[in-house]
Design a protein around this ligand. Structure first.
Ligand code: ATP
Length: 238
């Protein structure tokens, strides 16, 4: 099983700061007495082609880290650079565009659109960007095959199992060959064999396309597959 080699990533900027770079990132959630420091001066650099695992107890800030790294949430302070662009300096509209182009998310809830088939889910981001061509359709079909959903390409989310939805979400995230891939424990609804396959696909994407990958996990097999493992405790990353 291989992934096609279409590569839409941004070229590195003049300083070569491709990949993902968080500098002194803090995030406070809530306010007043209920304020929580979800991220506390976090620094993290993930080079293109690097696969980083993040572990840590519940509530330690792992989801917050992915949300900020992916531009879904603005940090209270600090900077986030993705593919050479400073996400934290962009307007909301620019950040959304950068996110669609450079960042792939695989979250626990796969956030598939109810009305679209698996194949349409993969094609939608390219359609929105006006980049839907024959090569994109070929890549979509290859990825659907790679995650073992060829027989489900025409199915809508309600017709899929939890594991199948996760695999569809993974294929969608890989569709644009993102510069940065952010994965939140994708394997919880997958059996052991499927889980190993998903991790293999993510690792292959990382190496082959020079993607900077961060995966939050509790799975020791994933930690073994990663280049580095960081631990998150009380909003701090070590
Ligand atoms: N909207 C919010 N308002 C206030 N506090 C929040 C909010 N969302 C999360 N938190 C708090 O921020 C901290 C970090 O949460 P986060 O979801 O990032 O942790 P996590 O490590 O991903 O946890 P889990 O492993 O349980 O998913 C926790 O203390 C959480 O209770």
């Amino acid at each position: 099983m291989t992934t096609p080699s279409t590569d839409h990533r941004a070229t590195p900027d003049a300083t070569g700061s491709d990949g993902l770079r968080l500098h002194e990132v803090s995030l406070t959630l809530g306010d007043g007495d209920t304020a929580v420091i979800a991220l506390d001066h976090v620094g993290l650099t993930v080079a293109p082609g690097e696969f980083v695992a993040v572990v840590g107890p519940s509530g330690s800030g792992k989801s917050s880290l992915l949300a900020v790294a992916g531009g879904l949430q603005r940090p209270t302070s600090g900077t986030v650079r993705v593919a050479g662009a400073e996400l934290t300096a962009l307007s909301d509209k620019e950040r959304t565009a950068a996110r669609r182009r450079h960042i792939g998310f695989v979250f626990q809830q796969s956030n598939l659109l109810a009305s679209l088939t698996v194949r349409e889910q993969l094609l939608l981001p390219l359609h929105i960007d006006g980049r839907l061509d024959a090569a994109a359709r070929t890549r979509a079909d290859a990825l659907i095959e790679a995650v073992g959903l060829a027989h489900r390409a025409g199915s809508r989310p309600h017709q899929l199992s939890g594991g199948e939805r996760q695999r569809a979400g993974l294929a969608r995230a890989l569709m644009t060959s993102p510069a940065v891939l952010l994965v939140d424990e994708p394997t919880s609804a997958l059996d052991r064999e499927r889980s190993a396959e998903a991790v293999r696909l993510i690792a292959e994407q990382t190496r082959r396309h020079g993607t900077a990958t961060v995966m939050v996990t509790h799975d020791t097999a994933i930690m073994d597959a990663a280049d580095r493992v960081h631990e998150m405790v009380d909003g701090r990353l070590s």
